[in-house]
Design a protein around this ligand. Structure first.
Ligand code: GRF
Length: 203
């Protein structure tokens, strides 16, 4: 059984999808704890499922590094096989990434490498594209630059607001995340993905 810690900042709909999936005895992964950098509304999903949660408030620490050390300490309590950044709106410090890699994955509401960063949905609308997407990646020390595990296109419709587009992307993110965790539990090799060379220097 794959043990997962999920880290959130927001409403936790991706977390909820994982919790719902792992309620099925046949699903080979379990969320063992949920962490947040604030009093995130999504922590209610952990509570609903009786899953332990922890909060490491970013503002309580002098530096990102100190926050990261406290976060890592909390994560390690649960001895997870995989950590999922599921709407955690903070950059995870390099020490934490290095300690968890490659078993650290992130969901992103765009078709990476298009529109990385905290405003992927807004940036897609501002760019005027007619399609964006959702991606699940292995986290490295770049901003949304790690190896792509899976991604899928989502159309941008004329007149879409950021909220409307995000609400169209999120069900895709949830489906890809649940499938990715299943694939990892079934042996998908994240190490091989992590060492993949960028396409530009492959030949
Ligand atoms: C997701 O779109 C995630 O990719 C982005 O923030 C959103 C979080 O949604 N970084 P939720 O908290 O899982 O509902």
């Amino acid at each position: 059984m794959l043990k997962i810690v999920v880290l959130i900042s927001g409403t936790g709909s991706n977390l909820r999808a994982l919790l719902d999936a792992s309620a099925d005895a046949a699903y080979p992964a379990r969320v063992v704890a949920v962490g947040a950098d604030r009093e995130a509304p999504g922590l209610q999903h952990a509570e609903a499922y009786g899953i332990p949660s922890f909060t490491v408030p970013y503002g309580s620490y002098d530096s990102r590094a100190a926050w990261g050390d406290a976060l890592l300490e909390q994560i390690r309590v649960w001895e997870p096989d995989l950590v999922v950044l599921s709407g955690l709106m903070r950059l995870v410090p390099p020490k934490v990434v290095d300690a968890l890699a490659p078993n650290l994955i992130n969901t992103h509401p765009a078709y990476l490498p298009e529109f990385p960063g905290a405003h992927g949905v807004r940036d897609a609308i501002r760019a005027g594209v007619d399609q964006t997407g959702a991606s699940i990646i292995v986290v490295d020390n770049g901003v949304d630059q790690g190896p792509i595990i899976v991604q899928e296109r989502v159309p941008v419709l004329p007149g879409d607001t950021e909220h409307e587009l995000h609400e169209r992307i999120k069900p895709v993110e949830r489906r890809l995340l649940v499938q990715t965790v299943l694939d990892i539990a079934n042996g998908l090799d994240l190490t091989a993905l992590s060492t993949r060379l960028p396409a530009s220097i492959k030949e």
